[in-house]
Design a protein around this ligand. Structure first.
Ligand code: PMP
Length: 280
């Protein structure tokens, strides 16, 4: 079992120095990416991730240069070769390697993939929930694209960390958008609420899984934008992402949410999410 990497046709060691200096991902962040979680050797909602990758690429006029099926087969091969049962697979597609110039080059896209042991949250974080901080959403207007340009997200996550928090939750035009690397939900009187899909948020795959679960469980699911005050006054708040799954938030901006414990709806959704993983 080992971490491994792939770059433009070659399987390489995870620490091998392979990215050419003129790689546009490195020079411009000119590319898109995905992260897919493997559980017991099986990818979770792989088709949805691949669909989103191809949608992101199209949105930035990037030709991936492989069919979706071909890329899927490659990811499964690499995950298999790693021997890791529980893994995080990252895939990045960039506009290739060419002398530095903003204009699109006439070269094939670059494809890099890494497979590493899954990063699991500690039992304590899971059972106690996490704290968040509210920050202005300073990102661009196309957050539905899973772009490699993550500088505002990086700065927001670092700010959360420096304030002793797990995540920053972003506010644009007086409304919550999403976290720096998560989607955000509130629960009020048993109803789960999250921002509708638009250009201002990423269409999270875990968000979709949670939406499906609420349908199966008969839990009301409302897609509407909400204000920071509504989050602070919610009965429960939780985050979703591929790596965090369903994660309770127990304080925001230093104020306790609900009774300060992961709430019953969040816990139920987390349990159902685990069942969904086991059933795949
Ligand atoms: N929003 C942002 C900005 C993210 O980076 C992520 C993580 N990729 C998410 C939401 C959650 O998406 P997913 O559930 O597909 O991991």
């Amino acid at each position: 079992m080992m971490s491994l990497a792939y770059f433009n046709g070659n399987i390489i060691g995870i620490d091998d120095p392979v990215i050419p200096i003129d790689e546009r991902g490195h020079q411009f962040g000119d590319g898109v990416y995905e992260v897919i979680r493997f559980y017991q050797g099986k990818p979770f909602m792989l088709k949805e991730h691949l669909d989103r990758l191809f949608m992101s690429a199209k949105a930035i006029k990037l030709e991936i240069g492989k069919e979706q099926e071909e890329l899927e087969a490659l990811m499964l091969e690499l995950a298999g070769k790693s021997g890791l049962a529980d893994a995080d697979l990252y895939v990045q597609v960039t506009r290739g390697v060419a002398p530095r110039n903003h204009l699109f080059p006439k070269c094939p896209a670059s494809l890099s993939i890494t497979v590493k042991p899954a990063r699991e949250l500690s039992h304590q974080v899971r059972s106690e929930g996490v704290h968040i901080v509210l920050l202005p959403d300073e990102r661009w207007q196309n957050c539905y694209i899973k772009s490699l340009n993550l500088l505002p997200n990086v700065l927001a996550k670092q700010e959360a960390f420096e304030q002793g928090c797990f995540e920053s939750v972003l506010v644009r035009d007086g409304m919550i958008t999403e976290g720096s690397s998560t989607n955000v939900f509130i629960v009020k009187e048993g109803k789960v609420q999250t921002r509708p899909l638009s250009r201002y948020i990423l269409a999270g795959i875990t968000r979709l899984a949670v939406k499906e679960i609420t349908g199966e469980q008969g839990i009301p699911f409302i897609e509407r934008a909400f204000r920071p005050e509504e989050l602070l006054e919610a009965d429960e708040v939780f985050l979703t992402s591929t790596t965090s799954e369903v994660l309770a938030v127990t304080a925001a901006d230093g104020r306790q949410i609900g009774d300060g414990q992961p709430g019953p709806v969040t816990r139920r959704l987390y349990e159902c999410f685990q069942q969904k993983i086991k059933a795949m």
